[in-house]
Design a protein around this ligand. Structure first.
Ligand code: G3I
Length: 328
């Protein structure tokens, strides 16, 4: 019998399993491209749809790289998550060269969101509209005093969702953040912010759990299922797993790959049991391209389903076994 890929198994169960990619990985690395098209039915642009990539100069929008990625996805029957419209990072130099007044900041943010979402209209079923605005470096987890907050105030949040929804009413709009999968403070503060936006009738449809973690810090399957159920029952939102990587020690200690496999399995099992988390995206195709090595200065590594030589790891097989066992 033909080996069923992760993509085949996920598609059969109505799930989207994907990865973050850079265009060069698809266009210049055949082994990487083969994994993406064989094993995943959705992708996220790791960087080429961020503010600095799409508007490198004021008023000058460059969509060619992102359009090639979308064309690739369409050619291979893959969905694409839009990432990301409003963030404190990946901002072009021209935007940061001097403080912005409220009126100018409103104009710039509205123009960026409307131009970008309109350009991709009908091609992105989901958007990470706002990314990482809870300041976990501040006692009480206030809203991050990023460039937009400083110039506009907190109403930039609801306006961003309104502008995105007006530009593409069919796209489901997400708030996306890290370290929401466990711990109470940041998750609780995020729920408060979402309730504030809902009270203002902001068109917010989903919550993205980035899920960058390591085995000892990962929540149990039951605990994460309970969290996904709160997103549905308390907020009426859908959840997505948007940037999963389960990083290990660079030296790869004995048993770590098996611990990693169990974390990946438990996350997908919780997502499937919740019935409210249909998207499961890893932050990268294979360990060869992970951001983790650079971010941890080489201390942490091996976070993904495929290794540096494009070989499937125990975590990949754990996901396939789980999907195969949940006969659908
Ligand atoms: O493309 C330029 C290259 O031309 C230049 O020579 C080089 C010089 O450093 O920089 C390259 O751009 C880098 C880009 O990644 C592509 O490699 C940027 O400097 C670097 O800041 C950027 O890092 C990305 C980071 O977000 C910031 O945008 C990481 O790849 C990406 O994995 C990471 O992803 C974020 C999510 O968007 C949000 N959640 C957290 C996650 C991890 O930080």
């Amino acid at each position: 019998m033909k080996h069923e890929s992760l993509r085949d198994l996920a598609t059969r169960r109505g799930l989207w399993i994907g990865c973050a990619v850079e265009p060069a990985q698809l266009h210049d690395d055949p082994a990487c491209r083969e994994i993406v098209t064989r094993e995943f039915n959705c992708i996220t642009a790791e960087n080429c749809m961020k503010f600095d990539a799409l508007q490198p100069e004021r008023g000058v929008f460059t969509f060619d790289v992102a359009d090639r990625l979308l064309d690739f996805a369409a050619e291979h029957g893959m969905a694409v998550r839009g990432h990301t419209l409003v963030w404190h990072n990946a901002l072009p130099a021209w935007l940061k060269e001097r403080p912005l007044g409220r009126a100018e900041a409103l104009d710039l943010l509205q123009q960026h969101i409307e131009t970008v979402v309109t350009h991709f209209k009908g091609r992105l079923p989901w958007w990470d509209v706002v990314n990482e605005v809870i300041d976990d470096g501040f006692p009480g987890y206030r809203l991050k005093h990023n460039l937009w907050y400083r110039a506009i105030g907190e109403d930039y949040l609801e306006l961003a969702f309104r502008w995105a929804h007006a530009a593409d009413p069919a796209s489901l709009l997400f708030y996306n953040d890290y370290d929401l999968q466990s711990g109470e403070q940041k998750f609780g503060r995020t729920l408060e912010m979402i309730r504030m936006l809902q009270a203002r009738h902001a068109p917010l449809h989903g919550l993205g759990f980035q899920f960058h973690t390591m085995p000892p810090d990962a929540p149990s399957q039951e605990a994460f299922l309970a969290r996904l159920q709160r997103v549905r029952d308390d907020l009426g939102l859908v959840a997505h797993l948007t940037e999963i990587d389960i990083n290990l020690s660079a030296a790869l200690d004995p048993g770590e790959l098996e611990q990693q496999a169990e974390v990946y399995r438990s996350i997908l099992a919780a997502a499937m049991a919740s019935g409210n988390c249909p998207v499961f995206i890893t932050w990268g195709v294979c360990d060869k391209y992970t951001w983790v090595r650079r971010f941890t200065e080489g201390r942490r590594d091996h976070p993904l389903l495929f290794d540096k030589n494009y070989q499937a790891k125990p975590a990949y097989y754990a996901l396939c076994d789980l999907l195969r066992s949940q006969a659908g």
